[in-house]
Ligand binder design. Structure first.
Ligand SMILES: Nc1ncnc2c1ncn2[C@@H]1O[C@H](COP(=O)(O)OP(=O)(O)OP(=O)(O)O)[C@@H](O)[C@H]1O
Ligand SMILES: [Mg+2]
Length: 268
């Protein structure tokens, strides 16, 4: 059997604060193959960001293991993740987090400095990506001078500039208006189809999860846990017009029913 690109094996994360013990994630397992686009869907506080932060090595697991290409990446909090493993990942945040005193291009190129990637090949890559998302004319602008959609595009290509194999996206388009968000979703699908990256996409939005992914991991709260895994048998390339088709609506309703159950249990 093929080694999964990413594997969570019975992962639990407990936060001990001065006043309480929070089980942020309980016994979470998932396997993602190279080139898959999967979503993690769930209400606020169910541990979605915690999963990403454990995968990225920012925080350690309490129990269970996480593997990237078969290599264990939870290292007991003492060792740092090796740079060659870290380089496999690009992170796209909810807010663009641009450095205001850098130009748009300098912001996009930042990971090259972090990973010590120098030379014409890499510089050309920055320009190509800027062009791909229509930002080439704004290369020398400051982040404060471009629109929210443009900032988010810059955030997407910044995560890709060091050519990572995995994109980790934590509610990347949540702050955008509906129209720009839809446009960004379609652009993301296009980028994914062209580059064959493995994508983990975190969202609150059911429609977005169905439109983008091949599989949705639905999570619940108290403690954060996996409720259900739903495989989406919808053709690709995906089109926005698909959201009115009966199969799409069926999936949406199925996911709504899981999220609904979660909300009920929260009220009790
Ligand atoms: N560093 C921390 N210390 C203590 N508790 C934490 C810490 N980080 C997260 N938590 C708690 O863990 C739980 C899960 O948080 P997490 O940020 O992973 O949720 P989320 O699903 O990403 O939520 P949202 O959709 O609002 O972003 C929450 O109860 C949160 O308060
Ligand atoms: Mg979060």
């Amino acid at each position: 059997m093929q080694t999964p690109k990413i594997k969570f094996d019975h992962v639990t994360k407990v936060f001990e604060t001065r006043s309480q013990t929070i089980v942020a994630v309980k016994d979470y397992s998932m396997e993602i193959q190279a080139g898959e686009f999967i979503s993690i869907l769930g209400p606020s506080g169910c541990g979605k960001s915690t999963l990403i932060r454990m995968l990225d090595g920012i925080i350690d697991t309490t129990e269970g293991d996480i593997f990237i290409d078969g290599v264990k990446v939870n290292l007991g909090g003492k060792k740092k993740m090796p740079p060659e493993v870290l380089r496999k990942m690009g992170f796209i945040f909810q807010q663009p987090n641009m450095l205001p005193w850098y130009t748009v291009r300098e912001n996009v190129a930042l990971p090259l400095r972090v990973f010590g990637l120098k030379g014409k090949e890499w510089e050309d890559r920055v320009d190509e990506l800027m062009k791909m998302v229509g930002l080439e004319e704004y290369a020398n602008a400051r982040p404060s001078e471009i629109s929210g959609g443009m900032l988010q595009r810059a955030g997407v290509i910044r995560a890709m500039v060091h050519d990572p194999e995995i994109l980790l996206m934590d509610e990347p388009f949540g702050a955008l208006d509906e129209l720009t968000r839809e446009q960004m979703n379609m652009e993301l699908l296009d980028i994914w189809q062209k580059t064959n990256k493995t994508i983990i996409f975190i969202t609150h939005n059911i429609e977005e999860a169905v439109l983008l992914s091949s599989r949705v991991y639905v999570m619940g709260t108290n403690p954060g846990h996996l409720v259900e895994t739903v495989t989406l048998d919808l053709p690709r390339p995906r089109e926005l017009s698909m959201i009115t088709q009966s199969k799409f609506i069926e999936y949406r309703q199925k996911l709504e029913s899981y999220i609904g159950e979660i909300d009920l249990s929260k009220i009790k």
